[in-house]
Design a protein around this ligand. Structure first.
Ligand code: ZN
Length: 645
């Protein structure tokens, strides 16, 4: 039987729609799950959504929904995000799931039975907005999180006797130096616990949307007792607890490294093996935040550059555990230098040469001994770096092998060898091709956890059978590429990205995605700062009223033969029969992207003919200087035919 490896991401709070910060943690977790499987573990990854609390109740109200309707919607949004990114999620648990409630209540009863729960009351400053007791503030002081004035409240609470666990926690950290990683984070927690711990309020009577405390109808559990327990409830009865790894962002370290093990100790339950806190993702050197409006979403990047481009960037560019910086420029640079020019170029060169010089059949050879020896060392150190969650180092090490292979190919000059017919040259060419292809095979096996889809593609192109995800690293060594194997269909895996084209496209899609998510949350999207434009001649309201702008639903779309820029669409304007409309947007939108989309149409233009097709209306789009057209979208769904004014 395979040993198990159970890992989790945080259970994401549904007061925000998924953004790149959520994606960062979840992508890293997915990469760990994949490499653990390649190490022979039965690796299981849990993620989910944290759905209770006053903030969710408030957000639901703002969106005109019940809390359950609202959390259904946002939770589905998270689930869909992970599907879009191709992440291998094994368990997706929602805290509103009744099977989760039962586990939380059981944990509480166990703690209570062991004497670690007390009823008490809290009197002191409270932030209504953040549902936060600010016990170290004076009455009326601003809330440390949101800055709103606090109110003095008295509330009956259940308390968890956290103060009783100081010594046991310190002993845990002492005996298990790897319990909290990285080291800097461990030191923070140690210092915090050494100062002594206060008891923790774990229930509220002021909140309705939550899990009831057993036998106390008017108390519900407050945040952490509820949310953290998801890690157990997600795999209840499966024999997977305790978790081998909780992967988290550093801002929630204290809850995971102090509260959570204390809850479990109090209930006599096994503790997780390790907590790893990664750093923050900054946007162009600034912390991403809702209020700054500089949050980036993963979907636009995935749509333009592919999920593997995002995965590679996040895990290569940022030292896992430290803060890192995201920018579109850096993403495109990384992609072009390491994937298009690096791995992609090695793959297409090698496979093209095998095709051209050996009819697509991999020649027999032991390969170059020096490169073979280097590959052996790289396999070992890359795997060691993965085990230590040093993704960036793992990739850097592996790219060292790719660089050596490139240099070797240039030195051997296979194009010159191919022109010669003597045995020595033939053998030399065989050795060169074999060496390059074998490096490629090893690289695919080692890079798979980070770029699973692209690595699998190259693996197939090499003619390898079997799924890369089932490959075991213990079987990886130099010289196992089967000679005589016919390579598969060869196609470029990493087409070069032109920053002048793809960056405006990602930014435009990002704006659309922001608007879509805002509409989902029942908010008006943030207005982009208007650009200064020269004042145009003014028209009267009557002039404007002559323009009939209507919402249209694209029913079908196809490319126009011989016209790269044009799409021919059938658009429903709520008129009974759809209209044929031709628009110059084909370089920015595929037919598939257009079908089902709502657009804004100038409905009373005189029909005109384009490439022999009648266009009965015009689609509105904004075209930035030197960029691609970006369609005008609506912040909420309205029926086709709706007039704009
Ligand atoms: Zn506050």
């Amino acid at each position: 039987m395979k040993p198990k490896f159970y890992l989790t991401t945080p259970i994401y709070y549904v007061n925000a729609a998924p953004h790149i910060g959520h994606a960062y943690t979840t992508i890293a977790a997915d990469a760990i799950r994949r490499f653990k499987r390649m190490q022979g573990y039965y690796a299981v990854l849990t993620t989910g959504t944290d759905e209770h609390g006053q903030k969710v109740g408030r957000a639901a109200k703002a969106a005109g929904k019940t809390p359950q309707e609202f959390t259904d919607l946002i939770s589905a949004e998270f689930r869909r995000q992970w599907e879009t990114l191709g992440l291998a999620i094994d368990r997706f648990k929602r805290t509103s799931d009744p099977s989760h409630h039962k586990v939380v209540q059981e944990l509480f009863l166990r703690c209570q039975k062991n004497g670690y729960i007390e009823k008490g009351s809290y009197t002191g400053p409270y932030c209504v907005f953040d549902e936060l007791y600010v016990s170290d503030a004076n009455p009326g002081d601003p809330c440390p999180i949101c800055g709103r004035p606090t109110e003095t409240v008295t509330e009956e609470n259940y308390f968890f006797k956290l103060s009783a666990f100081r010594d046991r926690l310190l002993e845990l950290y002492e005996k298990n130096p790897d319990f909290i990683r990285p080291e800097t984070r461990r030191n923070e927690v140690l210092a915090f616990v050494e100062r002594g711990l206060s008891d923790l309020s774990i229930s509220r009577t002021t909140i309705q949307w939550g899990i009831p405390v057993p036998a106390e109808g008017h108390h519900v559990f407050y945040v952490w007792f509820d949310a953290l327990t998801t890690y157990m409830s997600a795999v209840e009865g499966e024999g997977l607890w305790p978790a081998d790894l909780h992967l988290i962002g550093k801002e929630i370290l204290r809850f995971h490294a102090v509260y959570w093990p204390a809850f479990l100790m109090a209930a006599d339950l096994p503790l997780p093996k390790q907590i790893f806190a990664h750093g923050w993702l900054l946007f162009e050197q600034d912390k991403m935040s809702k209020s700054k409006g500089n949050i980036v979403r993963a979907t636009p990047i995935q749509q333009v550059a592919g999920a593997d481009a995002l995965r590679y960037f996040l895990l290569r560019e940022i030292v896992f555990g430290q803060d890192g910086n995201f920018s579109y420029d850096a993403l495109v640079n990384r992609y072009n230098s390491d994937l298009a020019n690096g791995l992609g170029n090695l793959a297409s060169r090698t496979l093209a040469m095998v095709r051209q010089y050996r009819g697509g059949v991999l020649p027999a050879s032991a390969g170059n001994a020096e490169i073979g020896a280097l590959a052996g060392r790289v396999i070992e150190s890359t795997i060691a770096a993965y085990e230590n969650f040093e993704f960036s180092k793992a990739l850097e090490t592996l790219w060292g092998l790719l660089g050596a292979a490139d240099k070797y190919i240039v030195e051997q000059a296979p194009w010159t060898l191919a022109a010669k017919t003597d045995d020595a040259s033939r053998q030399k060419l065989d050795e060169t091709l074999y060496t390059a292809a074998e490096v490629l095979r090893i690289a695919c096996a080692l890079v798979y956890p980070v770029i699973p889809s692209s690595a699998s593609q190259i693996w197939k192109q090499l003619g390898m059978t079997g799924e890369l995800e089932d490959f075991l690293w213990k079987d990886l060594r130099w010289g196992q590429l089967p000679a005589g194997q016919t390579i598969g269909e060869v196609a470029p895996v990493f087409p070069r990205l032109d920053p002048n084209k793809v960056i405006p496209k990602m930014r435009a899609l990002e704006e659309q995605e922001t608007a879509r998510q805002a509409a989902l949350m029942g908010k008006t999207p943030p207005k982009p700062v208007p650009e200064e434009a020269p004042a145009a001649a003014k028209i009267s309201i009557d002039d404007f009223a002559k323009v009939d702008l209507r919402v249209g639903l694209v029913l079908s779309a196809e490319r126009v033969k011989g016209a790269d820029k044009l799409l021919h669409m059938q658009v429903d304007l709520g008129e009974g029969a759809p209209r044929g409309i031709v628009a110059g947007i084909a370089e920015a939108y595929t037919p598939e992207e257009m079908i089902g989309r709502k657009v804004v149409i100038v409905a009373n233009l005189q029909p005109r003919k384009l490439r022999g097709l009648v266009s009965d209306g015009m689609i509105l789009a904004a075209t930035p200087e030197g960029g691609q057209p970006v369609l005008v979208t609506l912040a909420a769904d309205v029926p086709p035919g709706t007039r704009l004014r």
